[in-house]
Design a protein around this ligand. Sequence first.
Ligand code: ZN
Ligand code: ZN
Length: 77
Amino acid sequence: MTCTPECRTPTRSQAHCSACHRTFTAVTWFDIHRIGGRCNDIPGLVEKDGLWATQERHEWNVVMRERLKQIYRQRPT
Ligand SMILES: [Zn+2]
Ligand SMILES: [Zn+2]
């Protein structure tokens, strides 16, 4: 199965399922997702902006993004 333009391209630490086209924020999630050679729903994982992760991880990502924004804003040009 080929990917559509809507597919979220995974980074090196992420994993994309070529069967159901979900992108997971960790390879571990993908491994669990593909247990038994099929696509499994993982309880506790939520989708946000095309990425599947735990709610805590999503919130952490938002915190980190804001923190990085501030760091780059403070940097003299
Ligand atoms: Zn895809
Ligand atoms: Zn899948």
